[in-house]
Structures are given as C-alpha cells and as structure tokens.
Ligand binder design. Sequence first.
Ligand code: IMP
Length: 416
Amino acid sequence: MAGIAIIGAQWGDEGKGKISHLLAEGADLVVRFNGGPNAGHTVVDSYGEIRLHHLPAGALREGVLGVLAHGMVIDPWLLREELQEVERQGRPTPRLLISERAHVILPHHKEMEVGSGIAKSIGTTRRGIGPSYADKALRLGLRFADLADQDIVRERLSQLEGIHRNPARPPVDLERVAQELFEFYAVFKDYIGDSLGTVSVALEKGEKVFFEGAQGTLLDIDLGTYPYVTSSHTTVHGIASGAGIPAVKLDRIIGVLKAYTTRVGEGPFPTEDVGRLGELLREKGGEYGATTGRPRRCGWLDLVALRYAHKVNGFTELAVTKLDVLSGIPEIFVCVAYRVGNEKVEEFPASLAELSQAKPIYERLPGWKEEIRGARIPEELPRAARDYLRYIEQAVGVPVRLASVGPRPEETVFLF
Ligand code: IMP
C-alpha cells in the first residue's frame, strides 16, 4: 500500500503541479479528488509548458492512470479542450478515468456565479465551481453516470433551468446543451467508470497512488478563511471523502508551500505586501493566476498559517517551492505570530474579523545573493538558503524533503 497525498499548505498556487509531475514518475495512479477547472497546475517539461485544469499533472507521465474522482466537479467542454491542448503539444494521450459519481459543471453554473455577485465579492475563478457544488448539495446535480440516459439529462436540465431561471438573461437552449452532453458522452463513455473501485484495488495491490490536491488548505470550505474560500475540501480530509478511500491508507502526506506566500482573489492575508517587495515577488516569481491571469497578491512566509496547515493535515514532509525567487533579497522576513489589538496571537484565528486585523510579527533571517536555479544537491545551495529551509522545518516541525529552484522537474534539490 502506498497512498501519497500532495496538499497545498497555503492559499493555492504552491506549485503542486510541478511536485506531482516530478514525483509521479513510475507511479500507477494520480488522483484528483476535489475542485474542478478552478485549478491551474502548470507543468514545464521537454514538450513545453502546459496548464492543466482537470487532469492531474502527474498523469502526464507515461503509463500513469489519471483519475478524476467523485469529489470533483468537471466541465466536459473544458476537459475536452484540455485534452486537445495535450494532443496539440504532441504529448502522449493521457490514460484517464472519470468517476461516474463526479458532478457535471453546466453552463448555468458559470452564469449564476457571475450573476449572483459571488464572482466579484469572493474573487472566484468564474468556472462555475460554487454553483455546481451548490446544486450537488441541493440534490439537483447531474452526474457523469446520468449521461448514459438521455431522458434523465433532459429532465434534469429543464428542472435546473426552472429553479435557476434568471429573467435578466435569454433562456438557455436546453436542447443544445443536452446534445453537446450526448456528444461528449459518445466520445468519452469508455473513460467514465468506477474510480472508487479502481483506486481501492490499486491500494490493495500495493501500487503507488498519488492524490493530487487542488487549491490550498486555507481555501478549504470548512477549514479555510471562510467565506473567502473555494467550495470543496482542499485538505487531506478531502481525499477520504472525494476519492472514497479510508484516510489510514495514506503513507505520506506532502505539504507543498511556496518559500513566500501568495493569494489570488479576495480575503484576509496578514503578510501581504502591497509595496515594493510584493511587486518584486510578483514579477520575479511570475505570480499571475494560471487559470484567470489575475496578478497574485504576494508577501512573506506566514508560519502561523503554516503551523495551522500542519495541524489540519498532519504533514509527514514538506516541499518548498520557488526558493530561487528569494535570491538577491538581502533580508528575509518570516511571520512568527500576529498582533491583534494588544494581543499576541500564535494560533490561526477562525474569526474573519480577527484575521483581517492581524498584523504580522516578523523575525528576520539573512538572505543570499547567488542565483540558485543550477543547484541540484544541498551543498550547491548557499548557506543562508539551507538555513532558511532548516528554519521552516523547525518552525513547522516537519522535515523539508525537497526544495524547488525552478519550474522544470530537474530544477529540484532533494534534502533526503
Ligand atoms: P472558486 O474556487 O473559483 O470558487 O474561487 C474561490 C476562491 O478560491 C477565489 O479566491 C479563487 O481565487 C481561489 N482559487 C480557486 N482555485 C484556485 C487555485 O487553483 N489557486 C489559487 N486560488 C484558487
């Protein structure tokens, strides 16, 4: 049995795509268990650069089966485009299994997100994620298994249109949507099946199964900075519910974090720097959303948030990405606690009001001048960079297994 979780420890965009693609060489399955095309997992390799929205990044490795498990919401139109892009780049066709229990994102979900004002107030990706999970919770969703029955599809579409009808827009051409879903089903029906059975058999057989998280811990619907969160379970707990496997089947839980912090969309972000440092990190780190192109908000590493992420997920190891972006910064700040009013706060607050007022208390660490993209072994990293990794390790209480020093798989330093 070898279940390995790859979980974002911050607000998403930690570089999980690179880590999953790197580690999945020789894996059997890579499973997405939450979210949908709000994710933008970037892979840079010999074929070029690709941004994946549904497909697990690890599934680009030859021989790996990519599983889209039932915790996901999937946009068939976008999934098709994504597979076309994989083909256009001359990559081998990924092996794919879509859970029959996964929910379909429908055109009205995107409209509802924008029309209701949620897209603006939360700063969502406008991919229909929240409304499709809402329909699922209302017990009105359409699942991939339903696509086999044209009557069910037509009936469900008209029921949804009746409930969500917005007089401000022209009525949806339900028959056109239905026909497009039937076309999708005709092409993809062999890929739709029992992902739960496949994943549990693989684990029973001792195969190597990665669970590729999307978004990050602080965007979790229950445990994140609600309401400025996504609508799924982004933490390790999402694997049990979203892929249907007992949590005890996980041997390793890899927490992926950036060497600094970014956030895209609205919501509190205590270490955000709206001045020169934020600008520098954004430009040097290419911090623009992979799904929406929006500039990401940037700031120093937040250990209060990271310790919370460890408490929630129980990381067994850490992967620190974008360490190279910090090269040339003379002094590195790390947030060790917050000040809220006159109080020093060391636990990540649940209250949005408290978190919004939190002012970071920083410790300062020496930076390094050298560019480090060429480093491949720990000894090739400057002393201060190694000390920074050690500092994180001790502050969170979890060993750092690897540091990423560039987007390509080989631009990685394994520490053990
Ligand atoms: P939604 O998931 O599109 O509903 O967006 C909810 C919040 O999560 C917004 O702040 C988004 O910017 C953020 N978000 C969703 N997916 C990602 C991601 O993959 N990376 C970073 N932020 C994300």
